[in-house]
Design a protein around this ligand. Structure first.
Ligand code: NAP
Length: 489
């Protein structure tokens, strides 16, 4: 008999322990060789006063087992503690979130019969979810959208490798690169640079808002969709709605050597302890885990048993009963435990309706861990955007900053308010707020910005206004490493 594989199991909060127990029982009955190491995270840990929500024992266990089956974790809403989910994903750099979306037998939706079957591959650690936020003024909040070349390469490769492992034909890259040319555009450019290494897979780009539209109109056209963190968060939830909702949405968080498998849904506190929740999402997450661990036999057995149980339509949890428009009056929803028993009883049967795919082991992208990943040929700073708080009008502020920069190697080029040029005035009617992006550039276009000159200018500005943010303006290989404001020439 194969040696048992250690897996860290986090029962989680709310309905978590019920769905995790269901998955453990089914995997055990399917003969999966797993030794569980149970650990805590989430609400119970926050309540003990640990603000990360993830104790050191849990971190140590994951560092050892490198594989986690996790129930949902309740997250405090608002200020204070960070989400323990996000903390776990980030601590172990699980950079790729994989969410399969597939029509399931017996799960009646407006899309039933159309053969929806695709996978969303979402970047999982960068973007706005880096969580770097600041109040710039009392009335203006900022969140930094950080996207790296390295992060884009990892997620793009993961999408192609996943497509290969599942024998899929196409990968669509969904971005908002038409508006955010630098951040979202970096994923598009990186994806297009890598695509030729996977010649058997069709690679195409789609703007994310159209992707949402197309997913509702014609979801069958998608096979694998790769996207940035926030876009992926939204479209993967949309996608799960196409096939029956959160009760059926599994996911995997994959990183370099560590993987966390969890249902997409949260802790659904109102159902906690009532033995009514649908465990399918977590059970299908455990199926993904078995494949990741290389146990394709147990994975296929469990997936088949779930598909057969759903197709039979005898054991139906309350959410499934609610999906049926026409149902016998005496149809009673079954409990979580009864559904689990039905799946166990169906182990060994093969689904005749929706077929289980053939899977090959996934080859995780290997990316250099060197910090100097991207080397430009040349780089020089030619100015700076200084963000200033001022309760005034743009012309008064612009004239004042122009005067303050007199005698400096830097001159005021323009001021924008929420990205639209307001100085020199354009004659438009921008609704201004008290935070201004003031663009100073070197008077000598061939020069290189010196910190001493910038600091001297900041000191002069700081005497009159509060500045709260600074961005240097780089030329990378003589190309602008910054965007123009709306209306800037
Ligand atoms: P939720 O727990 O996902 O529940 C929202 C609704 O989704 C439920 O009321 C239920 O709908 C349906 N649902 C959830 N799980 C289901 C299942 N297994 N089967 C059938 N239906 C299911 O979302 P929430 O209420 O917004 O969040 C609750 C807590 O979970 C929050 O603290 C949140 O931060 C956390 N959360 C954690 C994770 C995670 O750990 N990965 C993810 C999301 C949210 P009906 O009311 O229609 O029955």
């Amino acid at each position: 008999m194969a040696a048992k594989r250690q897996v860290t199991v986090i029962p989680g909060d709310g309905v978590g322990p019920e769905v995790v127990r269901a998955a453990q029982q089914i995997l055990e009955a399917a003969g999966a060789q797993i030794e569980w190491e149970e650990c805590a995270a989430g609400e119970s840990v926050f309540l003990k006063g640990l603000s990360s929500g993830v104790p050191q024992e849990t971190i140590d266990s994951i560092a050892r087992t490198r594989c986690v089956l996790k129930g949902p974790l309740g997250t405090p809403v608002g200020y204070g503690e960070k989400s323990a989910n996000v903390t776990l994903r980030k601590l172990f750099e699980t950079f790729g979130n994989i969410r399969p979306v597939r029509e399931l037998p017996g799960i009646v939706t407006p899309y039933t019969g159309r053969g929806v079957d695709f996978v969303v591959v979402r970047e999982n650690v960068e973007d706005l979810y880096a969580g770097i936020e600041h109040a710039q003024t009392a009335g203006v909040m900022q969140c930094l959208k950080l996207i790296s070349r390295k992060g884009c390469e990892k997620i793009a490769r993961l999408a192609f490798e996943f497509a290969r492992a599942e024998g899929r034909k196409s990968v669509a890259c969904a971005t908002k690169s038409n508006i955010m040319k630098m951040t979202e555009g970096l994923l598009k450019r990186t994806f297009e640079a890598i695509a030729p290494e996977y010649p058997e897979i069709e690679a195409w780009h789609i703007i994310i808002d159209n992707a949402a539209h197309q997913m509702v109109k014609q979801p069958e056209q998608f096979d694998v969709v790769v996207t940035t963190n926030m876009n992926g968060d939204i479209i993967s939830d949309l996608a799960s709605g196409l096939v029956g909702g959160l009760g059926f949405a599994p996911s995997a968080n994959l990183g370099n050597g560590v993987a966390i498998f969890e249902a997409v849904h949260g802790s659904a506190p109102k159902y906690a302890g009532k033995n009514v929740i649908n465990p399918t999402a977590l059970v299908l997450s455990a199926v993904m885990m078995l494949r990741y661990l290389g146990d394709f036999t147990a994975a296929a057995a469990v997936e088949n048993a779930v598909l057969v149980t759903l197709a039979e339509g005898r054991a139906m949890t309350q959410d499934v009963v609610r999906l049926l428009a026409e149902k016998p009056d005496d149809l009673e929803p079954c409990s979580t435990t009864a559904f689990t028993e039905a799946v166990i009883a169906n182990l060994g049967k093969v689904s005749e309706t929706v077929k289980v795919r053939d899977h090959k082991p996934i080859r995780m992208p290997e990316i250099s861990t060197e910090p100097e990943f991207v080397k430009g040929v040349s780089s020089r700073d030619i100015g700076a955007d200084i963000f200033v708080q001022a309760n005034t009008d743009p012309v008064t502020l612009g004239d004042s900053l122009t005067a303050l920069a007199e005698g400096s190697p830097l001159k005021l080029k323009m001021i924008s308010n929420r990205g639209t040029r307001v100085y020199p005035p354009t004659g438009t009617s921008t609704d201004c707020i008290d935070q201004w992006r003031c663009r100073f550039i070197l008077r000598d276009a061939a020069g290189t910005l010196q910190d001493a000159d910038l600091l001297a200018l900041l000191a002069r500005i700081g005497d009159k206004y509060r500045w709260m943010h600074l961005e240097k303006l780089p030329l990378l290989d003589e190309q602008p490493g910054f965007t123009m404001a709306q209306g800037e020439d």
